[in-house]
Write a protein that binds this ligand. Structure first.
Ligand code: ADP
Ligand code: MG
Length: 691
């Protein structure tokens, strides 16, 4: 039940004065359906209306003048504006009005009347002009013309100043709310109350009041972060209460591990130990394994799956694409089979009798591990005893899809894997309701990929070197981004590049792109993986995780268009074998300073976590790493970069609250319920639902 105190903020925007059937849809598009959404609109800048005399006017500035109306000039033709001449002690100015209301102008502002006008002044060469003043009022209403005016987002048919009017009304309806923050923390940070902070947001007294570091903005950001962290901490606590059968670390897994031609890295050991602790806890596991491509996540998962098989239960290993599913299958099938654990591959391509046979093996429990794509959560896929779901690149699946898979067993443990390195500062925002293990150490013996940036003009040299390399048996990826408005144009560019390379290199060149049917895509990828193609031209579909150890060259066109994390992942396609690999980042000059720095960091390190951290810093907020797609919440007030210290504090605060007052029944708890309602962050709505 929504607390009554919030009713005014949760009433429809149509209850705001002036929001009728015409305006409502526009305002809804801009803000949202309820008054709260209008209250939460943020000014993006402030306009200072400098008071001046006409002789002090500055071209292009927004200024306020006190003037007297001198005369009117009717439009000479249909398209002509009305003009109005005004003056003060120091000079003249022409006010210009388009539209058909000119007649009213003369009535409302008769000759010789005095007016305060405010708006943008322009130097016409022969005199000053102001087109459609923002304000034009009698001197006794001077107070209506603000000196400093926050500017709100606008949309066609709904100018920013009208939006401002609605915001001011929404603010008037905002009640004082009971304090949900810890008083000691408030005092220490010097934060104002929520109501005061809202007021300050909408009545800024300087540009600095819009800064993410302004105290009232930090207060609002902290409120928002706490609401979210609290929801996540509650989810986590709830899941902990779900019992799950314990799974013991098995000799089977250890035997399989002992057979591997390498030893686990320390980070892999730690990740497996984390998983085993979860398995032993009697609680439902919800763990994310984060690590760069090639950091060895799949073999960690393999050991976990062997533990599950050792306990007589089954695992579903789900990957977003067929190529990836097949590679995972190929990595794990033989080592497992050597110890009598049967894994199988199930994709959309399995049809008819073959598919029925596979499904039968799963239902009877003969098959312990199934690796597959979306095919795994179809209705006819039935398990004997599903106990673990391993979900690779989990953000590529919807919550409903994951739920359908989990519904195929009882109390299914979830292990998600992600090759998108998330800066530590953002881990809480994205995965606050999961336990996270980071594999931040690469298997030994990898030679770093030599990386350099080259302007597009050097293309002939790059091609020449590529010709030598392919003639000597090397394989290369060539990435053409999908960036323009029209994918067809991009595709044409990729096709042209492929044809051109074929002609110049005299080598076999293949092309994959996102519009190809999966089977055709797989076929080309397979040809490349088997060494029958020297160069693979691709749009960005070269899937994360695809493993072609013989490929040693990565060339990326228009590298400046890619996100840093994406570039890092693309580069991760090479350097997987023992041989030295290289990566060329081709760019269209000139590079902005930031773009330069971004390409630079790639040359300096291949640590995905460090790259992600730098990217976040360079972007300074916004949508770092294109993370919104991977579930970064769209905050209203919080800025994941500027407020990163607050994220950590909110995470701690939330954990403490859940430990002390899980039902939120204390005085502060009740206020926190209001906070969660205010931001729509309730436990049931947490974004990252891994189970
Ligand atoms: P990820 O799933 O994180 O991309 P994989 O588990 O597929 O990584 O491992 C990538 C490659 O590295 C595989 O060929 C795997 O056999 C190998 N590998 C994994 N762990 C190690 C290790 N500790 N030492 C050497 N090679 C390893
Ligand atoms: Mg992998």
């Amino acid at each position: 039940m929504r607390p009554e105190i919030l009713f005014p903020l949760f009433s429809p925007i149509s209850t705001l004065k002036g929001v009728g059937p015409r305006i409502a849809p526009l305002l809804q598009k801009l803000a949202g359906p309820i008054v709260r959404d209008v209250l939460f609109l943020k000014p993006h800048s402030v306009v200072r209306r400098t008071q001046a005399q006409i002789a002090q006017a500055l071209d292009g500035e927004v200024m306020t003048f006190q003037v007297t109306v001198e005369s009117f000039q009717r439009p000479r033709g249909g398209q002509q504006p009305w003009r109005m001449r005004v003056f003060d002690d120091t000079g003249f100015m022409t006010l210009v009005f388009f539209g058909s209301f000119g007649g009213q102008l003369e009535q409302r502002h008769p000759v010789n009347s005095r007016r305060i006008i405010s708006g943008k002044v322009e130097d016409q060469g022969y005199g000053w002009q102001m087109v459609h003043p923002d304000y034009m009022v009698a001197p006794d209403k001077a107070a209506e013309v603000p000196e400093l005016e926050p500017v709100y987002p606008a949309t066609a048919g709904l100018p920013a100043r009208t939006v401002r009017r609605f915001v001011v009304e929404a603010l008037a309806r905002a009640p004082e709310l009971p304090e949900w923050q810890d008083p000691a923390w408030l005092a220490r940070e010097g934060f104002p109350s929520w109501r005061e902070a809202m007021g300050r947001l909408h009545e800024p007294s300087s540009e600095a009041d819009l800064s993410p570091q302004a105290l009232h903005i930090k207060r609002l950001a902290y409120d928002e972060l706490l609401a979210q962290q609290l929801a996540m901490a509650q989810r986590k606590a709830e899941r902990r209460r779900l019992p799950a059968p314990t799974i013991a670390a098995s000799g089977l897994a250890e035997a399989i591990r002992a057979d591997l031609p390498f030893a686990f890295t320390g980070a892999q050991d730690r990740a497996l130990a984390d998983i085993r602790a979860d398995f032993a806890s009697g609680e439902r596991m919800s763990r994310l394994i984060q690590g760069d491509v090639g950091s060895g996540k799949t073999v960690v998962a393999m050991c976990a799956m062997a533990d599950v098989a050792g306990a007589g239960a089954q695992t579903a290993f789900m990957a977003p694409t067929e190529i990836l599913a097949r590679q995972h299958y190929e990595t794990i099938a033989a080592p497992l089979a050597a110890h009598g654990v049967e894994a199988m591959l199930l994709t959309g391509r399995d049809k008819g009798a073959a598919r029925r046979e596979k499904l039968a093996g799963l239902e009877s429990g003969k098959v312990e591990i199934v690796v597959g794509t979306h095919a795994l959560f179809q209705d006819d896929v039935v398990f004997h005893r599903l106990q673990l779901a391993v979900i690779d690149e989990q953000h590529r699946f919807g919550v409903a899809e994951r739920q359908r898979l989990l519904a195929k067993g009882e109390a299914v443990h979830v292990m998600a894997m992600s090759a998108t390195p998330i800066p530590r500062t953002l881990e809480l925002t994205l995965y606050g309701d999961l336990d996270v293990s980071r594999i931040d150490e690469k298997p030994p013996g990898r030679t770093p990929v030599v990386t350099r940036a080259s302007p597009m003009a050097r293309l002939p040299e790059v091609e020449a070197r590529l010709r030598e390399a392919t003639a000597a048996g090397a394989q290369a990826f060539w990435i053409c981004p999908l960036v323009s408005e029209s994918e067809l144009t991009d595709l044409a560019a990729a096709e042209t590049r492929a044809a051109e390379l074929k002609a110049r290199l005299g080598a076999s060149v293949g092309l994959v792109h996102g519009k190809m049917p999966p089977a055709a895509k797989d076929a080309v990828m397979a040809e490349f993986a088997e060494g029958r193609l020297s160069v693979l031209v691709a749009t960005t579909v070269v899937e994360v995780g695809v493993n072609v150890p013989n490929a040693t060259i990565m060339i990326i066109e228009q590298a400046e268009r890619f996100g840093l994390a994406q570039l890092h992942q693309l580069r991760g396609r090479v350097g997987r074998g023992r041989r030295e690999s290289s990566c060329v980042l081709l760019y269209d000059p000139p590079l902005s300073e930031i773009a330069q720095k971004r390409l630079d960091i790639l040359r300096r390190t291949d640590d995905g976590f460090q790259i992600a951290e730098t990217d976040l810093e360079l972007r300074g907020g916004g949508d770092p790493l294109g993370l919104r797609q991977s579930g970064l919440p769209a905050y209203v007030f919080a800025d994941p970069f500027a407020h990163r210290d607050l994220i950590a504090a909110a995470g701690d605060d939330a954990r403490l609250i859940v430990a002390r007052d899980p039902e939120l029944t204390s005085e502060r708890g009740k206020a926190l319920q209001i906070l969660q309602e205010l931001f729509d962050w309730k436990a049931g709505l947490a974004l990252k639902d891994a189970g």
